[in-house]
Design a protein around this ligand. Structure first.
Ligand SMILES: C=CC1=C(C)c2cc3[nH]c(cc4nc(cc5[nH]c(cc1n2)c(C)c5CCC(=O)O)C(CCC(=O)O)=C4C)c(C)c3C=C
Ligand code: FE2
Ligand code: FE2
Length: 388
């Protein structure tokens, strides 16, 4: 085999406060993040939600130093992975492709197309698959592949999800033990897995395997840990008025406080790097809620970042994937037969020039309706609960 490339996928985060607005706009423009019945609604609504959220989000980023550490940590993970692969006799070029901020996935693909890579391993830095994370990046890659004939001959394989990888489970167990050992009675501490939430409809209607993978991952980490501690799984970071996976982290913390739990270790389970949801949401917001509920000793397991056991796990994943039959993007984006296409996508397949003209006109009318709704506070989006 010739030159190997590894493409690390992640969400991306604003490097500085001025980036927060455009970053949020990119994120909410993604139909995998906000599922709307009509394509024309996506951009105006993305602009509106991003504008409304910008100030609060900037305040949160201010609390963690004015920007997301996601880019620098992901780049460090890439360097550590390269060194580990070298040590295992496999030379590889590492690329970082973020979904909503720099370095964008498109930039990484342009670079690796120039580097004459012979075989590419696509590795999302999300242990569990969700339509909204790995799924969104895979769809984007599929589109880039279709658009760029130069990419057609490039051999590649995709790692869809990897929450069962033994090295990853071991790294998580070690990070939990580090915190348990800080308590006078390590076995008495309650282990609280806080997974990133997704709207419930993703799982129930669209067939997202995310909840099942999170639940299985929690069990596997507890088995690897092999300690008698009680544990809870809850879902954090809900955005907007629709129902997300439950129990919500804030409610579960209050309940544990009421039950008299005093020692708690929070384990962020959907992320492999520190970022705003660990450093601000868990360490500041959820800590405050827990302490108000009577939890006296609130600790958090670090994200795996560049933990050597974790980096070795990533290297093992890469090497194993090169030995297995290739998994194609079309296989992972259509992995679950149950996953529904959006109505807007069905519309897109049948689009004609005249449909496009009408689409534009309707979009303009919709946009005007949206502006009126924003000004008056009344309208369809308020009625169906999308705006408050
Ligand atoms: C509104 C819908 C959102 C869904 C669904 C969602 C799923 C999801 N996200 C992550 C991981 C990350 N999210 C990050 C930022 C972020 N995510 C949302 C919204 C949804 N996420 C917003 C609005 C933001 C911006 C921050 C904020 O304003 O709250 C990040 C980057 C964080 C950083 O440091 O910049 C990550 C990583 C997962 C794993 C997930 C579902 C499984
Ligand atoms: Fe998110
Ligand atoms: Fe979030």
């Amino acid at each position: 085999m010739g030159r190997v490339g590894v493409l690390l996928l992640n969400l991306g985060g604003p490097d500085k406060l001025e980036d927060v607005g455009p970053f949020l706009y990119n994120l909410f423009s993604d139909p995998e993040i906000i599922r709307l019945p009509f394509r024309w609604m996506q951009k105006p609504l993305a602009w509106f939600i991003a504008t409304r959220r910008e100030k609060t989000s900037q305040e949160n980023y201010k609390q963690i130093g004015g920007g997301s550490p996601l880019r620098s940590i992901t780049e460090e993970q890439g360097e550590a992975l390269k060194t580990q692969l070298d040590a295992m006799g496999k030379e590889a070029n590492i690329y970082v492709g973020m979904r909503y901020w720099h370095p964008y996935t498109e930039e990484a693909i342009a670079q690796l197309a120039q580097d004459n890579i012979d075989k590419l391993v696509i590795l999302p830095l999300y242990p569990q698959f969700s339509i909204s994370t790995s799924g969104s990046s895979f769809r984007l890659l599929e589109k880039l592949w279709q658009e760029n004939p130069k990419l057609q001959p490039l051999e590649y394989t995709v790692i869809a999800s990897w929450y069962k990888q033994p090295g990853y489970l071991q790294a998580m167990a070690e990070l939990i033990i580090e915190q348990l050992n800080q308590f006078p009675n390590p076995d008495q501490a309650h282990i609280f897995f806080s997974a990133h939430g997704v709207p419930k409809s993703y799982v129930v209607e669209a067939g997202d395997p995310y909840q099942q993978e999170i639940e299985e991952c929690t069990q596997l980490i507890m088995q690897t840990l092999n300690r008698p501690n009680a544990h809870t799984l809850a879902y954090q970071s809900r955005v907007g008025p629709v129902e997300w996976l439950q129990p919500y982290t804030e409610d579960a913390l209050k309940e544990l406080g009421e039950k008299g739990v005093k020692d708690l270790v929070v384990v962020p389970i959907s992320f492999v790097s520190e970022h705003i949801e660990t450093l601000q949401e868990i360490d500041i917001e959820y800590r405050e809620i827990a302490e108000e509920a009577g939890i006296e000793n609130f600790r958090r397991a670090a994200a795996p970042n560049t933990h050597p056991v974790f980096i070795k796990a990533l290297a093992d994943l890469v090497i194993e994937s090169l030995e297995k039959p290739d998994l194609k993007l079309s296989q992972v984006t259509q992995m679950k037969k149950k996953v529904k296409m959006y109505p807007q996508e069905r519309w897109e397949w049948g689009m004609t020039t005249s449909a496009e003209v009408w689409n534009g006109r309707i979009a303009m009318l919709g946009f005007i309706a949206l502006i009126i709704e924003i000004i008056t506070g009344r309208g369809l989006l308020h009625a169906i609960g999308l705006l408050q």
